[in-house]
Design a protein around this ligand. Structure first.
Ligand code: PMP
Ligand code: GLN
Length: 389
């Protein structure tokens, strides 16, 4: 048999940086502040709802677009939190995580020759989704440290072939929450240039201090051209369940569903029942507590990084902190990530992987995740301070 090789469309992407760093962290017994997954569990009642679904025999394929209980809970979530009204049966779709939602949206909406505009640093799955759809990519690079959106520069990134802009806010890996003014700029450019907007809002409930999450779909003129993606994993600390969803006008949902039916057809039935329970009950007290505990975790990591000598600002959203290590290490981000694991015993993500068009823009930065127990963060702090010496 001839050698089995990865297709030319996927060859440029290799193994994800998250898997690579997690593997190395485990090998060196390092504290893993790299890949963004909690080292604590999701709520008991939500887990019990999935267990009950399994025991009750809800174990066969679900409705392809999502079980009625979940699509109704998602529609209710959008109207309660954002005043966005969607028909649960024609304007909501469930996916196996936001990852599949983004993949299905791009497969369903882009044609070969179309261009998609990504805002860099960019979550690593987006370029792979575009490549599989045969679309080409343009990048708008956010400049450290403000990561601000400039209207003229954004407009200049749109070409006659640009069909879609992807907006991730709160933003991984910078922790930025796009301001109302910046979202207005994006909305204006999208309408002027007749672009579809695909949003990644998986960190919608992880915002701090005075920051608020405002879905792009809620801006005047945007509902009809925006497909909004979110998921259960971050808010409910259940990243392994891989339940995500999209809300949007029927024509955009239909396109994403056209791909979903052939990618997974349906997402895991018992976890959909768990997700419906999570979205349907006791949300506000849970979200208030989530906010409080994450604010504390953010403070611990921020203090630790500052004391260790990193250049760092507390992020307005997400559970990531992007820090400048140039005062501590002479080398690039990948070398520093290896140094941190091998000699300090802490794993973090080198963000040049998030800068496909301008890797140099991320070479002095490193991304830490603080979705970890206080004890884990304090132990990491003790190790990180040794960098100073
Ligand atoms: N988008 C962003 C910006 C993320 O950080 C992640 C990561 N966890 C995802 C999408 C994937 O979400 P899910 O686990 O729901 O597929
Ligand atoms: N979204 C997670 C992060 O940014 C990683 C998820 C994954 O491993 N694909 O760390």
């Amino acid at each position: 048999m001839s050698d089995v090789t990865v297709s030319t469309r996927l060859q440029p992407f290799g193994t994800t940086i998250f898997s690579a760093i997690s593997q190395k962290a485990a090998h060196h017994n390092a504290i893993n502040l790299g890949q963004g997954f909690p080292d604590f569990d999701g709520p008991e009642d939500v887990k019990e709802a999935a267990v009950a679904a399994i025991r009750e025999g809800r174990n066969q394929y679900a409705r392809s677009q999502g079980i009625p209980e979940l699509v109704e809970a998602i529609a209710l979530h959008q109207s309660t939190h954002y005043g966005l009204h969607y028909d649960p049966y024609t304007e909501v779709n469930v996916f196996s995580g936001a990852t599949e939602g983004l993949m299905a949206a791009m497969q369903g909406l882009l044609n070969p020759g179309d261009e998609v505009l990504f805002i860099e640093p960019v979550y690593d799955s987006y370029p792979a989704c575009a490549a599989l759809a045969g679309a080409s990519v343009n990048y708008y690079t956010l400049e450290y440290p403000s990561f601000a959106i400039d209207e003229a520069r954004l407009r200049a990134c749109v070409t006659p072939n640009t069909r879609m802009i992807l907006v991730n806010s709160p933003h991984n890996p910078t922790g930025k929450v796009f301001s109302r003014d910046e979202l207005e700029i994006i909305a204006r450019v999208a309408q002027e240039k007749d672009l579809l907007a695909l949003t990644d809002e998986v960190y919608e409930h992880l915002v701090y201090d005075s920051a608020t999450h405002q879905p792009l779909a809620s801006f005047p003129g945007m509902r009809e051209r925006t497909l909004s993606i979110s998921s259960l994993g971050k808010t409910w600390s259940l990243t392994g369940w891989k339940i995500g969803w999209a809300t949007g006008p029927q024509h955009l949902i239909t396109a994403a569903q056209a791909a979903h039916q052939f990618i997974t057809f349906a997402s895991a039935t018992p976890f959909q029942y768990g997700a419906a329970h999570a979205l349907g009950t006791h949300q506000q007290p849970y979200l208030n507590e989530l906010h409080q505990t994450y604010s504390k975790r953010r403070e611990i990591l921020f203090t630790a990084l500052k004391e260790a000598g990193f250049g760092v600002q507390p992020p307005a959203g997400t559970y990531f902190m992007l820090a400048d290590f140039s005062a501590l290490f002479d080398g690039d981000d990948v070398a520093f990530a290896h140094h941190l694991i091998e000699t300090v015993g802490v794993a973090a993500i080198p963000p040049s992987a998030f800068y496909p068009s301008r890797p140099d823009a991320g070479r002095h930065l490193i991304r830490f995740a603080f979705c970890k127990k206080t004890t884990t963060l304090l132990e990491a702090a003790e190790r990180l301070i040794t960098l100073r010496a």
